[in-house]
Ligand binder design. Structure first.
Ligand SMILES: NC(=O)c1ccc[n+]([C@@H]2O[C@H](COP(=O)([O-])OP(=O)(O)OC[C@H]3O[C@@H](n4cnc5c(N)ncnc54)[C@H](OP(=O)(O)O)[C@@H]3O)[C@@H](O)[C@H]2O)c1
Length: 282
């Protein structure tokens, strides 16, 4: 099949990232099709087989993404994030289909004192992270032609993310207490979608890290949002330990994105501009 005939199949195409990816494909004139719950279930082998018939590129954005709930639904999270991804690998290998699988910074424990490289040993500290890491491993073990891109701190118009939760809380309480010891790079799903489309054009193998350029704490990010939206909210910093959650969070989510920059010969935009654009759309 030539590049011109190529169809991109987006699994989880109605989710936060999947929606922006579908929009980006449309903008670029890329032929694509989306599959998602309830009519498509990635854990159903027959569903997977039926959509792999005439395709030559698969992008897997389907995932169990509720980090807190995963702790009490480990079997379901594992089935979607790991088992189904391994099965996808076996099926695409038989057809020699290249697959791009989306993963996360939550495969790391966040104890590194520098940005994470793709070669750094993973060590997830919550159930969601363990299932995502298991998915990566099963996909690689299937020996299919695959690329894994890990993203971090993503936000988009079509999802319930940190920003939406923050704004809801500010509206409800008039004040915000935000952790200042979790550091990362807020990354717009619109930017992630562009990168995915660029990577599809190259079809590399292996693991890549992608995040917006620069780093900020959750508290710093909240301050930026409050300022840009001109909100009158009381903002207070606290530590992760003051904010008990069911699932542990890595403190350092920073990525070294040198590998993907080299692959695409691109610079990456600083996190502020896409976030400002996003806030303008709310
Ligand atoms: N959000 C972040 O901060 C973040 C950071 C790094 C990496 N990621 C990764 O980015 C990818 C996309 O996540 P997202 O943020 O776009 O989350 P999302 O909005 O929850 O998207 C996931 C999509 O997968 C679908 N899905 C769930 N179970 C499925 C199943 N059994 N079969 C088929 N589809 C299923 C969901 O449908 P329902 O909504 O109906 O359940 C949803 O449409 C995931 O791999 C995630 O791990 C996310």
């Amino acid at each position: 099949m030539s590049e011109a005939d190529e169809k991109i199949v987006i699994l989880g195409g109605r989710g936060m990232l999947g929606t922006d990816l579908a929009n980006e494909c449309e903008t670029r004139g890329i032929d694509f099709e989306i599959f998602d719950l309830p009519d498509f279930d990635i854990t159903n082998e027959e569903h997977l087989r039926s959509i792999l018939k005439d395709t030559c590129t698969v992008i897997n954005c389907a995932a169990y993404t509720n980090v807190e709930k995963a702790e009490s639904e480990p079997e379901l999270a594992y089935k979607i994030n790991a088992e189904a991804v391994g099965r996808l690998g076996i099926l695409v290998r038989k057809k020699d289909i290249w697959v791009l699988h989306v993963s996360t910074d939550f495969v790391f424990d966040g104890t590194n004192d520098r940005p994470y490289l793709e070669t750094d040993p993973p060590n997830p500290i919550n159930l969601y992270g363990r299932t995502k890491l298991a998915g990566e491993k099963l996909l690689i073990e299937s020996r299919c032609r695959c690329c894994i891109i890990r993203f971090e701190w993503t936000y988009g118009l079509n999802g319930n993310n940190f920003i939406r939760k923050l704004l809801a809380k500010a509206k409800q309480q008039g004040k915000l207490k935000v952790v200042d010891d979790q550091i990362g790079s807020p990354t717009a799903t619109t930017e992630a979608a562009k990168v995915i489309c660029d990577v599809v054009g190259k079809k590399p193998k292996g693991v890549f890290h992608y995040a917006s350029d620069g780093y900020v704490s959750r508290f710093g990010m909240a301050g930026f949002i409050v300022e840009k939206l001109g909100m009158s909210v009381e903002l207070e910093s606290c530590k992760t330990g003051d904010f008990p959650t069911v699932a542990a969070r890595p403190l350092n989510s920073r990525f070294n994105c040198g590998k993907i920059k080299k692959l695409l010969s691109q610079i990456i935009k600083p996190w502020q501009k896409p976030l400002e654009d996003f806030l303008g759309q709310l």
